[in-house]
Each structure stands twice: as C-alpha cells, then as structure tokens.
Design a protein around this ligand. Structure first.
Ligand code: FAD
Ligand code: A2P
Length: 275
C-alpha cells in the first residue's frame, strides 16, 4: 500500500501516483491556521480565485480530498494554500503536520465563481471575507488582471482575533514592494482588516461596517455601493455569505455566475456542520 503524507510517504513510490505534488514550504500562523506551498503540475491552468480538490491518502490507501482555494496567483510557478486546522477534521488533523518534501494529492481541475469572468466590468472591486475565505483573494490581489480591470480594489477581511489576520496582512504589505505588481497596487489596493472579539485598530463585522457606512468613511471613499460601478466577491461562512448578499441586493447589486456575469459573486469558504 502506498501512503502519502507526513511520516509515511515512501517517496519514490508516491511519485508514481497520478496527481502527487511535493510540499515546498509550510508556515503556521496560529494554532488553527497554516499555509503551505507545493509544486504546480505543468498542465495546471487556472483563473485566479478558483479552487481545486486536494488531500492525502487515507489509511486504506484511498484519496481523502477537500476543496481548497488556490491562494497563489496564476503566474506563480508554485501553488499556495491557506488552511484551517480542524482538530478532529478527517483531512486537516493530518494535513496540518505536512513538511517540505512530503507529498499531497492535487486534482488539477480548477473551478469556482470568484473569478473576473463572472463579473460585469466595473470601477471598484470589493473582496469581502471572513477567516480562510481570504484565500481566493490572496490569489486575486496578486493578479495584474485585477488592476487592469478595476481602478480600486478593496479587501475587507474579518476574524475574531488579530493573529488570524496576519496571513492577509503580511501578504498585502509584501505586495506593495513586489517588483511585478507593487507599482500597480500602490494606492489602488485598500485593505480593511477588522476583528470582532479582540481590540484592534479597526473593529466590527463586515456586515455592520458596510451597513453603517463606517468602511466608506474610514477609507474616505463614496458609499454605499453603486450597481453601476461597484462589483463584489464574497467568501465566508454560509451565514456571512447570506447576510452580505442581502446588503448588496438592498443596494441593487445582483448575484452573477460564470454563465451570467453580474455585479457580485459568492462562494462558501467551507461547508459548515449540518449544512
Ligand atoms: P471537514 O470534515 O471538511 O470539516 C469539519 C468542520 O470544520 C466543518 O463542518 C466546519 O464546521 C469546519 N470547517 C471546515 N473548514 C473550515 C474552514 N476553512 N474554516 C472554518 N471552519 C471550517 N478550507 C481551508 O482551510 N482553506 C481553503 O482555501 C478552503 N477552500 C474551500 C473552498 C470551497 C469551495 C469549499 C466548499 C471548502 C473550502 N475549504 C477550505 C474547506 C475544506 O474543503 C475543508 O472543509 C477543510 O480543509 C477541513 O477539512 P477536514 O476534512 O479536516 O474537516
Ligand atoms: P463574530 O465574532 O461577531 O461572530 P468564525 O470564527 O465564527 O468563523 O467567524 C469569523 C468572523 O466572521 C468573526 O469575526 C465573526 O464575527 C464573523 N461573522 C460570523 N458570522 C457572521 C455573519 N453572519 N455576518 C458577518 N460576520 C460574521
């Protein structure tokens, strides 16, 4: 039996399996969050914002796969992912222990709705996320196409505590010095991180900061969203997605899809218990 994953990979044998990729870097951000990079299949083409199925072999030698947003942009030679650690989660209880050199399984069939193709042209692009829902936006804010298509890009990311914002915060900071995209991003990427259960410079739920108009005031931009020029992408828990969608629809924006581009698109960051 061939096993993939920490402490059990017989690497030469694993390489012969289809869809095996090698982990190149792992970073732990909190006790519940980590990110990792791996090799990219030469055949994999994807649109920034899409997700793939990835995972490890289970004890019986069967692939145990879960949906993961690709957090790296489509020009990157490697792939990056940002992951939760669910203590008893079938996949992440093991995936959180991967190390550089380990192998994971990755099905190279990207899909998803958080893509430019599913939005009508506009001037401002809003990216609204909670928790690991920031992952598709980590890809999109690094894609030059985002800045070709929109004059202003606004990333709102909310977590309970500051440490959970760190992956996104570091990414945005580094982006401003990036030789490829730094100049493009400069003052056109507005970053609005907030916490809800720990004091921090900016606080509050995305929904409250949109409804009250606080985010527009804080960023010094016009509000509310205008269906003629504002476009949005939403990625969080089911409850978050439903509540944000209601606010945007109240402002006259309509949900779009790959087959019917409109003013906003939604994707679940995870499938919750019993949902
Ligand atoms: P599971 O049995 O899958 O989940 C157990 C429980 O843990 C769930 O019922 C839920 O309550 C909770 N949970 C699962 N995932 C999360 C999460 N991300 N945040 C908060 N609570 C969660 N997960 C990522 O970490 N990063 C991603 O980029 C990512 N992209 C996804 C894209 C899509 C379209 C979907 C549908 C899911 C995505 N997920 C992502 C969730 C992922 O597919 C798995 O659920 C997660 O890796 C946990 O797997 P598991 O087998 O350990 O636990
Ligand atoms: P809050 O702390 O007020 O519940 P979680 O860790 O539970 O997945 O939540 C991640 C973040 O998303 C938290 O800051 C949480 O705020 C926020 N959140 C959860 N549900 C909603 C919702 N329906 N609308 C807006 N924000 C939400």
């Amino acid at each position: 039996m061939t096993q993939l994953g920490t402490g059990q990979a017989t690497k030469p044998a694993a390489r012969t399996l289809p869809d095996a990729q090698t982990v190149t870097e792992v970073r732990h951000w909190t006790d519940k969050l980590f990110s990792f990079r791996c090799t990219r299949p030469t055949s994999l083409r994807f649109r920034s914002g899409e997700f793939v199925m990835l995972g490890l072999m289970d004890e019986r030698g069967k692939p145990l796969l879960r949906a993961y947003s690709i957090a790296s942009p489509n020009w990157d030679d490697e792939l990056e992912f940002y992951s939760i650690k669910v203590p008893d989660g079938p996949l992440t209880s093991r995936l959180q222990h991967i190390q550089p050199g380990d192998q994971i399984i990755l099905r190279p069939k990207p899909v998803g709705t958080l893509v430019h193709d599913a939005l009508l042209p506009g001037k401002r692009l809003w990216m609204l996320a909670t928790g690991t829902g920031v992952a598709p936006f980590a890809s999109l804010i690094r894609d030059p196409e985002t800045y070709d298509k929109f004059e202003t890009v606004i990333l709102m990311h909310t977590c309970r505590e500051q440490a959970e914002l760190e992956y996104g915060r570091e990414l945005v900071e580094n982006l401003r010095d990036d030789p490829l995209i730094g100049e493009m991003v400069a003052d056109r990427l507005l970053y609005y991180p907030t916490t809800t259960r720990e004091n921090s410079p900016q606080m509050g739920r995305v929904t409250d900061n949109l409804s009250s108009g606080k985010v527009f005031t804080d960023l010094g931009i016009d509000g509310p969203m205008d269906p003629a020029s504002d476009r949005a992408m939403i990625c969080g828990s089911l409850a978050f997605n439903i509540d944000v969608k209601a606010i945007l629809e109240g402002w006259g924006l309509r949900e779009g899809a790959n087959s019917e581009p409109r003013e906003f698109v939604v994707e679940k960051a995870f499938v919750g218990d019993g949902v």
